[in-house]
Design a protein around this ligand. Structure first.
Ligand SMILES: C[S@@+](CC[C@H](N)C(=O)[O-])C[C@H]1O[C@@H](n2cnc3c(N)ncnc32)[C@H](O)[C@@H]1O
Length: 303
């Protein structure tokens, strides 16, 4: 390139160093931003292994209380093995802390070396009931006080029917089993309706950006947005009400994390979703949902 200097040592320098000073600073700044955006889009700067997640998740300024799950995991360097992605400990705390000391009934699909069953028992405290399910008969050895083991295939709907007959009460279900999309879907469909009000369902290890279970779970989100609006019975000024669908009645929220899905159930059935108007001073143009009764979005009324 014409910008190379006469010195042989300089001609060997990477081109970007030799042409850099001829590019206006403003343009250089823009270029740096573009390169960062491109790298992000390519995933070049994204974490790639469990080690890359070390230290992320729970904030160092917000330490876990004694007895926290992450501490238990970190201290568990001997004995029955636990195998979890580091980033899960933040979501465990966010969604499961409310059960601590309240004797929850928890199912974990996927026992492997049994360490996680002990971790749940320790975290939730005395009175909690732990159920472990695995396809490997050798995992029966982890049966113990307050811990019951089931041997079966999570992809078999007949198994789940028998399981529900034997375990009528369940607050938390964690799927850390075979990780195949069809197993994950069957487990969700068979167990989510069985969780008590306020229950939490977690599916772990949803790997890959074309994962079929991930796409199925993302599709469930639209059920939260279903709307059949009508004018609030207290009159137009009072706003809008939408009768809850059976899905909205039961499901509080759906959360996505790297490789994990969390679904929370409502603590009590939600019969309607209400957008009440508070205040006395309103603009003259209307903001009622278009075609109240069938509307799907809030927008200014026309005409
Ligand atoms: C990732 S390991 C579980 C790790 C464990 N929960 C922990 O935290 O250390 C997966 C387990 O799922 C079990 N598994 C595989 N396919 C299964 C299936 N179809 N039904 C039930 N369990 C299955 C395996 O035998 C294995 O023990």
């Amino acid at each position: 390139m014409e910008l190379a200097t006469t010195s042989p040592s300089q001609t060997k320098m990477p081109e970007r160093f030799t042409i850099r000073r001829f590019i206006p600073r403003q343009v250089r700044r823009w270029g740096r931003g573009w390169l960062m955006a491109r790298d992000l889009a390519d995933g070049l700067t994204w974490p790639r292994s469990p080690r890359d997640y070390m230290g992320q998740g729970t904030s160092p300024t917000d330490p876990e209380p004694p007895g926290g799950l992450e501490r238990y995991y970190d201290a568990n360097m001997e004995g029955p093995g636990i195998w979890k992605w580091r980033q899960y400990f933040e979501l465990y705390r966010r969604h499961l802390e409310k059960f601590v000391g309240r004797s929850p009934h928890l199912l974990e699909v996927g026992i492997y070396s049994g360490g996680s069953l002990g971790m749940w028992r320790d975290y939730f405290g005395p009175g909690s009931q732990i159920y472990g399910l695995d396809i490997e008969p050798s995992t029966r050895c982890y049966e113990g006080p307050d811990t019951r083991i089931f041997i079966g295939d999570q992809g078999d709907r007949g198994f789940w029917e028998r399981f529900r007959r034997e375990v009528p009460t369940l607050d938390i279900a964690i799927d850390d089993g075979g990780h195949a999309p069809h197993q994950q879907r069957i487990t969700l469909e068979e167990i989510l309706p069985h969780l008590r009000p306020g229950g939490v369902f977690i599916c772990e290890d949803i790997h890959g950006d074309t994962n079929q279970f991930g796409a199925y779970a993302a599709g469930l989100v639209q059920n939260l947005n279903a709307m059949a609006a009508r004018t609030h019975p207290d009159g137009v000024q009072a706003g809008v009400v939408s009768d809850a669908t059976p899905f909205q009645e039961a499901i509080h929220s759906i959360h996505f994390y790297p490789f994990a899905l969390v679904i929370e159930k409502n603590a009590s059935p939600v019969k309607s979703l209400v957008a009440a108007k508070h205040g006395t001073s309103w603009q003259p143009f209307g903001m009622e949902p278009k075609g109240v009764g069938t509307a799907t979005s809030l927008r200014p009324t026309e005409g």
